[in-house]
Design a protein. Structure first.
Length: 241
C-alpha cells in the first residue's frame, strides 16, 4: 500500500512538472495567489489579508517590481455557498499603495468532503479596476484529492473581459504534505498567458474554540521562461469565525 501511495505522489508531481514544459496558452504574474480549496463551512465568516510581490527584469536601470494587497470579508450564504468581497491595493516601483480595484467572489461546494474520490467546487468572480471600466469575469472549477497525508488541489479558470472581448485560461495547482496542522509544505504551479511559474509553498492552521481558526500560507514562485517574473512571493492570513 505504501509503495502504491508513493507511486501516486510521484505521478502527481510529474504531472505538475509536465505542465511547465508544455506550450502555455493560458495571464501574467498578477494572478499568482490563492489556490482555492472546494470546501465551505456552514455559517462561516472570514476576514482575509493577502500580499504578493512580483519582481522581473527591467531595463538598464534595474528591475521592475510591484506589490499587491487584498483585503476581504466573507460570509457563507448556506451550507454549500459562500460569498466574499475584496478591496485591492497596488504599488508599482517608486509609488505608494493606492486602491486599484474591487472584486466579488462566490464559491459553491458541489460535493461533500470525502463523498467521492475527488471533491469538487466552483467559483464565480467579477472584478472591476477602480480607474477603468474594464470588467473581468472569472468562472473556475475547483478540485481536490486526498491520499493518505497528501493532498492535490487544482483550479482551472476561464477569464473573460466583456469590453475587450478577450478570454484567457489560468491553471493553479498545489501538491502538499499534511505533516501537521500547523505546518504543511507543498509545491505550487501557476500557468497563464505566456506565464509558467513553479515553487515551494508552506501553510498551516491553528484552531481555536468552536469554529474559529486562523490559516496562513506563504509561497515562493520562480519563473521558468523569459516572459515570467523572475520571482514572486506571496503571503496570506485568513481568520474564520
Amino acid at each position: 500500500m505504501k509503495h502504491n501511495l508513493m507511486k501516486l505522489h510521484l505521478v502527481c508531481l510529474s504531472l505538475l512538472c509536465s505542465f511547465t514544459i508544455s506550450p502555455a496558452a493560458f495571464a501574467d504574474s498578477a494572478f499568482i495567489g490563492k489556490v482555492y480549496h472546494p470546501y465551505v463551512l456552514p455559517l462561516e465568516r472570514e476576514l482575509e489579508w493577502r500580499i504578493s510581490y512580483n519582481e522581473e527584469d527591467g531595463d538598464e536601470h534595474g528591475r521592475d517590481n510591484n506589490m499587491t494587497q487584498r483585503f476581504a470579508f466573507g460570509h457563507s450564504l448556506s451550507e454549500r455557498v459562500t460569498m466574499q468581497g475584496y478591496v485591492l491595493a497596488e504599488r508599482s516601483q517608486g509609488d505608494n499603495f493606492k486602491v486599484s480595484g474591487y472584486e466579488l467572489e462566490t464559491r459553491w461546494m458541489i460535493t461533500e468532503q470525502g463523498e467521492y474520490a475527488i471533491d469538487w467546487g466552483t467559483l464565480f468572480a467579477i472584478k472591476r479596476p477602480s480607474d477603468e471600466n474594464e470588467w473581468k469575469i472569472a468562472v473556475g472549477l475547483l478540485a481536490e484529492k486526498e491520499t493518505g497525508k497528501f493532498s492535490t488541489t487544482g483550479n482551472l479558470f476561464l477569464i473573460y473581459e466583456p469590453i475587450e472581448h478577450d478570454d484567457q485560461i489560468e491553471l493553479r495547482m498545489q501538491h502538499r504534505y499534511r505533516w501537521k496542522p500547523q505546518l504543511q509544505p507543498g509545491l505550487e504551479l501557476f500557468v497563464g498567458d505566456d506565464f509558467i511559474g513553479l515553487g515551494p509553498a508552506f501553510m498551516g492552521i491553528h484552531r481555536f474554540e468552536g469554529q474559529k481558526q486562523l490559516k496562513w500560507e506563504a509561497g515562493f514562485i520562480f519563473g521558468l521562461d523569459e516572459e515570467t517574473s523572475d520571482r514572486s512571493i506571496r503571503f496570506g492570513i485568513e481568520f474564520e469565525f
